[in-house]
Design a protein around this ligand. Structure first.
Ligand SMILES: N[C@@H](CCC(=O)N[C@@H](CS)C(=O)NCC(=O)O)C(=O)O
Length: 237
């Protein structure tokens, strides 16, 4: 049986199945990237719920795995060289899980062709560096505490940037089924939870003029119909 006792996080969230990938998360747009990928790939895993209400992400046990106090984070008991590997940052987790799947002969959600692989990583980074942080700011200024700020310039700045990013994504999706064309990939898994959140939970569809981005809306609709996405969006319960 695998021993994960070297990871203090397992004291607070004990592993019932230490042989499986341990996921520490919440069903937020960053959290579900990991759960959707795990559901898509069929890799065996065990999900642990990190409560923001209880500030679990600030606990010493959580910080021992992610000093940046953010979900998602994972431990793979069977990492490189057969040794356990802890990992945080959703983009890194998606790349890692994809590489693991490729080495196990599973569908990896990254094209095998080298140029297409880098193109996928490029769009993944577009999400990590642009879509996620900017849409998150829109949420703050449109739905949460920032909406009551008198000065509307910060809100307008992030709304304009979100619109610009949506336009870039919309153009990329013109004539394509997914971001990488016919191949559904980790770039889609990273991006569409954030688009869904922007128009859903953040209720920012109108303010960003979402109706102008028909390709984004079309791909979002296809994304949320995938059975693994439906499941992943509610994990951990
Ligand atoms: N760049 C990080 C961002 C993760 C992130 O912002 N997670 C949020 C939830 S969506 C979080 O854990 N927030 C808790 C906090 O800031 O205390 C990633 O992609 O993994």
């Amino acid at each position: 049986m695998t021993d994960l006792s070297a990871f203090p996080i397992t004291k607070k969230w004990p592993a019932r199945h230490p042989d499986r990938i341990q996921l520490y998360s919440r069903p937020t747009p960053n959290g579900v990237k990991a759960s959707i990928m795990l559901e898509e790939t069929g890799l065996p895993y065990e999900a642990h719920s990190v409560s923001f209400q209880d500030n679990d992400q600030l606990s010493p046990e959580f910080l021992s795995l992610n000093p940046n106090n953010k979900i998602p984070a994972i431990i793979d008991p069977h990492g490189p060289g057969g040794k356990p590997l802890g990992l945080f940052e959703s983009g890194a987790i998606l790349i890692y899980l994809s590489d693991k799947c490729a080495s196990e002969g599973r569908e990896a959600f990254v094209p095998r062709d080298a140029a297409a692989r880098y193109e996928t990583l490029q769009w993944l980074m577009f999400q990590m560096g642009g879509v996620g942080p900017m849409f998150g700011q829109v949420g703050f200024f449109v739905k949460f505490a920032g909406k009551d700020f008198e000065d509307k310039r910060p809100r307008d700045r992030y709304v304009a940037e979100a619109r610009r990013l949506l336009a870039v994504l919309d153009e990329r999706l013109a004539g394509r089924k997914w971001i990488m064309g016919d191949d559904y990939s980790i770039a889609d898994i990273a991006t569409f939870p954030w688009v869904r959140n922007l128009v859903g939970f953040y209720e920012a569809g109108e303010v960003v003029g979402f109706n102008d981005f028909g390709n984004v809306a079309r791909v979002l609709a296809a994304f949320v119909e995938r059975p693994a996405v439906v499941r992943g969006l509610t994990i951990p319960a």
